[in-house]
Design a protein around this ligand. Structure first.
Ligand SMILES: [Mg+2]
Length: 307
């Protein structure tokens, strides 16, 4: 089995580009895909100008976000899904992705090919196109790094920030929380369709995706909205065999956390149940005056702090 150190960068890049197929040619907005100094996008093809462009980059480090033994296609899915989840969290959709890979020379070529298969599968599932990237070597036995950068877009009227929450808003989450490490963190479905539906039909005041755990992310949303919050721990939708502490503290749920006015919620819940009968929607708390903070912040995953 050949490894990256055997075949060299040019041959590797050629194989990875071949593997991506002709998706770039099918995307009318892409004037140039991989192979030149830059990818070239025709913004006029992106549609009407009442849109914002969204920019996002995210990286995953072997040993931190995934293990060396994790199937490469799952790692690839996750790397792209994390970025797409953030586009959804703004109420938007992804468009173009750039992939940067830094791998030690002993990694096999087939590992890289499977990684790209997983990335491509996720990109296509959400209407995004991988249109370029970069590969680099890291020293032998050093941790691999996968970075995905992307552009997306959202109608100006449907862009939802974390900071728009209002006192008295109810706080809702999609799906169930906790225990993602058992597998969901590798195979989750970014809630793009759900977020698009929410912003099409209801006034969503604040929204984000749950990446670091409710206990870390809810305080961020509340602080951005200059509110405090009350969390009803008993109402937390929990994954099987998860206790309340896990539902609050475990990271990588990749569900939507959002706030909307109390008078909106009943109608929203009824319409949701019809539209997404398979996916739970739960009211878990309320935004309050600034001085109210019912779950101590510092729960959930805080990067660069020991857990
Ligand atoms: Mg996010």
């Amino acid at each position: 089995m050949s490894c990256l150190g055997d075949i060299g960068e040019d041959a590797l890049v050629k194989r990875l580009i071949e593997q991506l197929g002709d998706e770039c040619a099918k995307d009318e907005s892409i004037i140039l895909g991989p192979g030149d100094d830059c990818a070239v996008i025709d913004l006029a093809q992106r549609g009407p100008c009442d849109q914002y462009q969204l920019l996002k980059t995210d990286s995953m480090v072997e040993g931190i976000h995934y293990l060396a033994g994790t199937p490469a296609a799952k790692v690839g899915w996750k790397a792209v899904a994390r970025v797409i989840s953030d586009f959804g969290a703004m109420g938007g959709l992804p468009s173009h992705l750039l992939i940067t890979i830094a791998m030690p020379p002993e990694k096999s070529v087939s590992y890289l090919e499977k990684l790209y298969q997983g990335m491509q599968k996720c990109a296509l599932a959400y209407g995004a196109t991988i249109c370029g990237g970069e590969t680099s070597a890291v020293p032998e036995n050093a941790a691999a790094v996968i970075s995905v950068a992307g552009t997306g877009w959202v109608e100006k009227s449907r862009c939802v920030r974390r900071s728009g929450g209002k006192r008295g808003d109810l706080i809702l989450v999609t799906g169930k929380l906790g225990g993602s490490i058992r597998g969901k963190h590798l195979s989750f479905s970014p809630r793009v369709e759900e977020a698009r539906w929410l912003t099409e039909h209801f006034r969503i005041n604040a929204m984000m995706d749950l990446s670091d755990g409710l206990g870390a992310d809810l305080p961020r949303l509340a602080a951005a909205s200059q509110c405090g919050y009350l969390l009803n721990e008993q109402s937390l939708p929990r994954n099987k065999a998860c206790n309340i502490a896990q539902a609050i503290g475990d990271g990588e749920d990749y569900e939507l956390l959002f706030s909307t006015s109390a008078k909106t919620v009943k109608q929203l819940e009824q319409a949701w149940a019809k539209q997404f009968p398979e996916l739970m929607l739960s009211v878990v708390g309320e935004l309050t005056d600034n001085d109210h903070d019912a779950v101590p912040s510092g729960q959930g995953w805080q990067h660069f702090k020991s857990h």
